[in-house]
Design a protein around this ligand. Structure first.
Ligand code: SF4
Ligand code: SF4
Length: 295
């Protein structure tokens, strides 16, 4: 059960976040616009997906920063900081639909690649650059002649938006097809490259591009839910590092910002030295197919 628990939670949360079935009806031009849309979901989930019930925090952050009235994004930043403080990148491992999609693409039987150490380490900083430049800097600083900014990451890069919103909206609305231009073709190219990369590399978007993962990673040492190692139990066998597809060695760096708290290492540890902790208290360790609640 524990082996599939995470997939079930990821899929369930993804469905719940996109449960506005009416939006998927052919010819439907109306997105859900009810009260839930005022709230952000914790993972990457495009606001303009026909089924989306909530807003994407990264899209919301850019929208406020790009607004001509230049208001401070108290709500979105406060929300993101609260999620980061409580659970951090646990969201990436357990609640992000795009994370699940990447994992499913990685199951396609093609040769698997790992980007070598130095190049991989350098590329991991890219997501912080994306956060600082495309999500915060340019939407805040750029102004058109009409005084409005632009959500640079959403508009020019985000493959989540292309997959969840661009593609279904174009398929569902004949009238939109004649209006497609270079921007849609550019975003489709990025989406195809992203999908191809996901077959060969484990979660490349999360490792190298995702600004939300970068934001939550800032809370790696202080979030309430974390992975911890009990040095007294650890035999340094290395089983945890071998199962980690994010290339973290959790017995050395249990609070790495690259850790998505997926728990694979917790289940793989034969000594039960690794555990989920909440507010400093061990709550669950694992072995094989099971998680054990620590009393
Ligand atoms: S699998 Fe467990 S015992 Fe082995 S190195 Fe990792 S934490 Fe230590
Ligand atoms: S260190 Fe463990 S919990 Fe973190 S990403 Fe790797 S396997 Fe998952």
């Amino acid at each position: 059960m524990a082996k599939h628990l995470r997939k079930i939670v990821q899929a369930g949360f993804g469905l719940l976040s996109n449960a506005y079935a009416k939006g998927f009806l052919p010819g439907s031009a109306a997105l859900y616009n009810g009260p839930l849309k005022h709230f952000c979901v914790p993972g990457m989930n495009c606001y303009s997906c026909p089924g989306a019930l909530g807003a994407c925090p990264i899209g919301s952050l850019q929208a406020v920063l790009a607004d001509r009235h230049r208001r401070f994004p108290f709500y979105v930043l406060g929300y993101l900081a609260a999620v980061g403080l409580f659970v951090g990148r646990f969201i990436c491992g357990w609640l992000c639909l795009f994370g699940l999609l990447q994992e499913l693409l990685y199951k396609i039987p093609v040769p698997k690649l790992i980007i070598p150490g130095k190049a991989d380490r350098a590329m991991r900083y890219l997501k912080y650059v994306v956060l600082a430049v495309l999500v915060i800097g340019l939407p805040l600083l750029y102004r058109s002649e009409y005084g409005a900014g632009e959500p640079f990451f959403c508009k020019y890069v985000c493959p989540v938006g292309t997959l969840e919103a661009g593609v279904p909206l174009v398929l569902l609305n004949r009238s939109l097809r004649s209006a497609l231009g270079w921007l849609f073709r550019w975003k489709m190219l990025l989406l195809v490259l992203c999908i191809a990369a996901c077959m060969f590399l484990y979660r490349p978007f999360c490792k190298y591009i995702c600004p939300l993962g970068a934001f939550y990673a800032l809370f790696r040492k202080i979030s309430l839910i974390r992975i911890e190692v009990d040095a007294g139990r650890c035999t340094k066998c290395g089983a945890c590092a071998r199962v980690c597809r994010m290339q973290v060695d959790p017995h050395l760096q249990p609070d790495s910002g690259e850790c998505i708290r997926c728990g694979e290492c917790v289940r793989a540890c034969p000594a039960q030295a690794l555990s989920y902790v909440a507010a400093g208290k061990r709550v669950a360790c694992g072995r094989g197919e099971k998680y054990t609640i620590v009393k």
